[in-house]
Ligand binder design. Structure first.
Ligand code: NAD
Ligand code: IPM
Ligand code: MN
Length: 344
């Protein structure tokens, strides 16, 4: 039997509940399709930080490196640990150290789900740069706490980083509707985003079969709401992509529907799969978090591992449940998970 090792990191808040749900669904689909998912559960989280003074052990990255994939819930418990400490201690180093440069986030309305828009027929694949740009972490503060304080945080865009994410987008567009939207802000950001545009143009010449349109991030935000059906593949920088994909989640019906894959196409590194949403402290512990984003992320993991029919099976089960209108009924996390398991 084909076996895949998976590092499971539920994390904080609703991350714990939705990861448990996703794992049940993954196991069931794996069983049906004759594959074995071998999990190792890691308690790395804000609780772990409060006990050990770090979000994961020093050798955490080396430990994770041994796995075929990582399934993550959500990280962050701002009431007890500052977000910059928790995220820079766990989620962001995983993305950066395994060079998971493509953060792929699909946005489409599942059958039966009532989104906030009149237009239901959108199918957007957002591809977010995931290792550099506005998240490079280059900067510092001087004269801290004094009136002379200065804080700098430098966006770093490399030709290598920009070219590979755009190329990833062009390749994805080729397999879809052959339309690529490049998200820019070169009217205001005259170095990084002008380079981004130039690289977009160079690649556009290499992919004459793909129709390319450039949109400034502000106009793109409006387009997500007004004309989402005009979009196919959307490629954006780290921060622009972060913001756009919460908007993408909103038009899908809420944060509980948006899945994501953090990919490095090199199988020597474990790619990481997680919902777009965070730990949602406002609803944590209430058994009301929507598990579909996490379950869908699990399906993206199976797809990445080459288990396409097991992945499709999960999505079909999810859509049979949403088609019955169950997504709109404020069901508990457990009840929705049980319904999906039942369909599987
Ligand atoms: P959030 O995504 O946790 O929550 C935003 C809103 O969406 C909240 O009202 C929440 O209740 C709702 N929501 C989120 N997921 C839901 C689900 N599955 N079902 C139903 N409703 C859902 O964003 P936030 O409040 O800005 O952040 C909370 C914490 O999570 C912070 O510590 C933040 O840094 C962290 N965070 C982590 C990740 C991650 O680990 N990938 C992502 C985003 C935020
Ligand atoms: C996401 C999250 C993270 C990000 C945070 C928690 C650092 O919002 O995955 O979208 O900004 O990338
Ligand atoms: Mn985000």
């Amino acid at each position: 039997m084909k076996t895949y090792t998976v590092a499971v990191i539920p994390g904080d808040g609703i991350g714990v509940d939705v990861t448990k749900a996703a794992w049940q669904v993954l196991e069931k689909s794996a069983q049906k399709h004759g594959i074995h998912l071998q999990p190792s559960w890691f308690p790395w989280s804000c609780d772990y930080y409060l006990k050990h003074g770090m979000m994961m052990p020093k050798e955490g990255i080396a430990i994770l490196k041994q796995f075929n994939a990582i399934l993550l819930g959500a990280v962050g418990w701002p009431a007890q640990v500052p977000d910059n400490v928790s995220l820079h201690g766990l989620l962001l180093p995983i993305r950066q150290q395994f060079d998971l440069f493509a953060n792929v986030r699909p946005h489409r309305l599942l059958r039966g789900v009532q989104g906030p828009l009149r237009e239901a027929a959108f199918d957007i694949l957002c591809i977010r740069e995931n290792t550099e740009g506005e998240y490079s972490g280059a900067g510092g503060r001087i004269h801290q706490g004094t009136p002379q304080e200065v804080a700098v945080e430098t966006s770093i865009f490399t030709r290598h980083g920009v070219e590979r994410i755009l190329r990833f987008g062009f390749e994805a567009a080729r397999k879809r509707q052959k339309r690529l939207a490049s998200v820019t802000k070169s009217n205001a950001q005259k170095y990084t985003m002008v380079m981004w545009d130039e690289i977009t143009d160079t690649l556009a010449a290499e992919y004459p079969d793909v129709a390319v349109t450039r949109y400034h991030i502000d106009a793109m935000a409006a387009r997500f709401v007004m004309h989402p059906q005009t979009l196919d593949v959307v490629v954006a920088s780290n921060l622009f992509g972060d913001i756009l994909t919460d908007l993408g989640a909103a038009i899908q019906g809420g944060l509980g529907y948006a899945a994501s894959a953090n990919l490095n196409p090199d199988p020597a590194f474990p790619s990481m799969f997680e919902p777009v949403h965070g730990s949602a402290p406002d609803i944590a512990g209430k058994n009301i978090a929507n598990p579909i984003a996490a379950i869908w992320s699990g399906a993206l993991m199976l797809e990445h591992l080459g288990e396409t029919s097991a992945a499709n099976d999960i999505m079909q089960a999810v859509e049979r449940v949403t088609a019955e209108g169950l997504g709109n009924q404020a069901l508990s996390t457990d009840a929705l998970t049980t319904a999906i398991l039942h369909q599987l």
